[in-house]
Design a binder for this molecule. Sequence first.
Ligand SMILES: Nc1ncnc2c1ncn2[C@@H]1O[C@H](COP(=O)(O)OP(=O)(O)OP(=O)(O)O)[C@@H](O)[C@H]1O
Ligand SMILES: [Mg+2]
Length: 271
Amino acid sequence: MSAIAIDRPAPDIPGRHNDVHLRNAGKSYADRGRVVRGLAPISLDIAGGSLVAIVGRSGCGKSTLLRLIAGLIDPTAGSIEIGAAALSGPPDQARYVFQDYGQSLLPWKTVMQNVEFGVRHGFRNQAHAHGSTPSESLALVGLAGTGDRYPWELSGGMQQRVAVARAISAQPSVLLLDEPFSSVDALSRAQLQDMILNVWGAIDVTVVLVTHDIDEAIYLADRVIVLEPEGAGIGADITIDLPRPRHQIETREQTNYLAYRRDLFHLVTGE
Ligand SMILES: Nc1ncnc2c1ncn2[C@@H]1O[C@H](COP(=O)(O)OP(=O)(O)OP(=O)(O)O)[C@@H](O)[C@H]1O
Ligand SMILES: [Mg+2]
């Protein structure tokens, strides 16, 4: 697998349209008369244009955090901002890619129609230098020429690429990925990881990725946030200082990479 060239602006410019801020934001769910803690109030600033991974044990609040940023659920404490705007309901600038691609694509529409759906029902972000048309979005995820096929004619990995193409065709400021590769085989997963790096390198988008896979988090991210079990909040916040472009073999052989892997394993498992 070849390395991917990334030419992008520095992620730490203050006050960007795609910065994400959580200000003491948390979520409790009401569940059959009980209050369940989804995520204790946390404060978190994500630099516009960065790629942040969220890891932690099952039930620690990863999806809750992502849904809060997506405006799919309202916080029961605190507030969230994208750019300078406080969230109130799903923001136009954010797009969410779900784990289960099988349920997220419309089977009676072609690949191109599925991607166009994202444009028609999405906000087109004027801040983007690279306007991507639906066919450019498909090319960016490595699916040029598949526009007239149907989702059910494609492999699982290809379907998830369509879901990503649809999300980016709306030119979001923030792309939220909830375990997007967990239903595909290991080789497809590595290719999808590189596809995400390719997309992220080509457009000015903040990516927040939830994953169970510590290796995936380190390989992709600038920063890995570890959530404490049972929604207790942020346990660790680690900057990943590995050179880009990243490479499936060489990056994973670096001494730093192995040290991050060891530290994160201990932090996530508590062992
Ligand atoms: N709609 C809901 N109603 C009640 N409780 C919920 C709801 N959604 C999540 N929870 C609870 O909130 C907590 C955090 O859930 P969340 O789905 O955010 O965890 P997660 O880290 O994404 O887990 P997983 O790795 O298994 O996907 C869990 O205890 C869960 O049962
Ligand atoms: Mg989850």
